[in-house]
Write a protein that binds this ligand. Structure first.
Ligand SMILES: C[S@@+](CC[C@H](N)C(=O)[O-])C[C@H]1O[C@@H](n2cnc3c(N)ncnc32)[C@H](O)[C@@H]1O
Ligand code: SF4
Length: 458
């Protein structure tokens, strides 16, 4: 399929990525640890019943100029120790309030670079999880790793701890591009790392790439995509570089080198899309691709795809997310609760009173309905307003009223042939999937886009 570049440029405007609803910029500081404790208890009676656990490791040996994540360049061993001790305290405090009969369906380690801290510390946390929670048999246990610090033995150690999915941050295989963005290349050939993961029986291997970095051209980025295809991960992400220098000052360095403009980015994206789809990868939501037969691809076909801050997941693995560590976000049915972003502040706060909530958002009943509609648009490219109504013991009309359904807002998408409306269902086609953020915005009654608040679609 050819990408309709004209449409992507037409709809290239700032907007939320809808990794949560409401988006994280709605979080405020009137949410306290007391609210979180209350929400933890009530989460036992909410859907989804399953438990997802997220651990944030805010440390990287070297900081990439493009990075949009919450991390730091500290490599202080004593700090790692104190940090993990605080994470363990937080896990115990949360586990004390959760119903022990609920099962863990997903564990995700993100960062920062979780594989850059001593793996014995990771093991301590994994052992604690095993002692405090019951796991589903098919639980997905994943870690985001930088291949710059990954040895073959590390993969064996992670497998022995129960990890069954690893995501490798490649970004680009071109060392000149990596040099420009201040990033170490993989220590070992990535194909050897992936081979070792397969030998260890990992159910999933993912590679992250980014398009839109300085120094990238269609010709040199094609080589990176070709190499990724040759390695053959089950999943692959091509993130659009999010340039937000008003939040991430380090990114301004890249402006001096020259960041590809929207047209150039689009050409990179199109090349990657064509090459990946020609080689059998199926697009999943925004920027993600999976091999046919992968759980995400099956979930897309069955309209069971979900999303949280950690990425896409299936209905089977989706749980309410309990976050641990600085800046981590608990994503509960009733609300979002984010820990302080300061590492020292997090450790002190946990040590002093057991909690480190800095901001969050209590989700209202109406917002839950909007969240579901936006999830259906963003993940499944399909909304059945009757079905969403049934999930909330109401009807399609009420759902439409709550999302401020306005046919006028959908007219441009209809005119461009991006979606179809049949009675109470809405289906977005392959062209529409590339501007799905804009379509989701039509179902967000609270949307107000201030300048410099969101990155653009492309
Ligand atoms: C926590 S990192 C992954 C693990 C490890 N730190 C690494 O970089 O290999 C998460 C992913 O976010 C993506 N990312 C980081 N900053 C980004 C930005 N400004 N725009 C788009 N994607 C970004 C990268 O693809 C990266 O692999
Ligand atoms: S992209 Fe990964 S390795 Fe680079 S600074 Fe961000 S979190 Fe660290």
């Amino acid at each position: 399929m050819r990408i309709r570049k004209d449409l992507i440029l037409k709809y290239n405007q700032p907007g939320p990525r809808y990794t949560s609803y409401p988006p994280a910029n709605y979080f405020h500081t009137e949410v306290t640890a007391e609210d979180y404790k209350e929400a933890l208890v009530s989460s036992n009676n909410e859907q989804p019943q399953k438990i997802s656990l997220y651990v944030h490791i805010p440390f990287c040996p070297r900081l990439c100029h493009f990075c949009g994540c919450n991390t730091s360049g500290s490599q202080n061993k004593a700090l790692f120790r104190n940090y993990i001790d605080a994470v363990k305290k937080e896990i115990n405090n949360v586990a004390d309030l959760l119903d022990p009969s609920r099962k863990v369906s997903q564990i995700h380690w993100g960062g920062g670079t979780p594989n850059s801290i001593p793996l014995e510390l990771v093991k301590e946390v994994m052992d604690l999880f095993s002692s405090r929670f019951r796991f589903e048999e098919q639980a997905e246990i994943a870690m985001e790793c930088s291949p710059a610090y990954l040895e073959l033995e590390h993969i064996d150690q992670l497998a022995a701890m129960g990890f069954n999915r690893l995501s490798l941050g490649i970004q680009d295989f071109n060392e000149e591009v990596l040099n420009i963005v201040n990033r170490d290349p993989a220590k070992l050939p990535v194909e050897d790392l992936v081979k070792r993961m397969k030998q260890n029986g990992f159910a999933g291997v993912n590679l992250d790439l980014i398009y839109g970095l300085p120094g990238q051209t269609v010709d040199n980025f094609r080589l990176s995509i070709e190499k990724a295809i040759e390695i053959g991960p089950d999943r692959l992400v091509t993130f659009s570089y999010a340039h937000v220098p008003w939040v991430k000052k380090a990114q301004t360095v890249l402006e001096k080198v020259g960041i590809p403009d929207a047209q150039e980015k689009l050409a990179l994206m199109e090349m990657a899309y064509d090459l990946l789809t020609e080689n059998g990868y199926v697009p999943i939501g925004m920027d993600h691709y999976a091999k046919p037969g992968d759980d995400l691809q099956k979930a897309l076909v069955e309209k069971n795809l979900h999303r949280n801050f950690q990425g896409y997941c299936t209905r089977e693995t989706t749980g309410q997310v309990y976050g641990f560590g600085s800046s981590s976000i608990a994503q509960l049915s009733n609300g979002y609760f984010q820990n302080t972003r300061s590492i020292g502040g997090y450790i002190d706060s946990i040590n002093q009173n057991g909690w480190a909530i800095e901001r969050g958002y209590r989700v209202t009943e109406n917002e839950k309905i909007i969240r579901s509609v936006i999830n259906e648009v963003m993940c499944n490219l399909f909304v059945d307003f009757n079905e969403v109504g049934q999930w909330y013991n109401t009807d399609a009309e009420k759902v439409k009223q709550i999302v401020a359904y306005d046919p006028e807002k959908l007219k441009p998408f209809l005119a461009d042939g991006l979606l179809e409306i049949n009675g109470d269902t809405l289906s977005i086609n392959a062209d529409g999937s590339l501007v799905v953020r804009n379509i989701a915005m039509a179902f967000d009654p609270q949307l107000a886009v201030a300048e410099n608040q969101y990155s653009k679609t492309i």
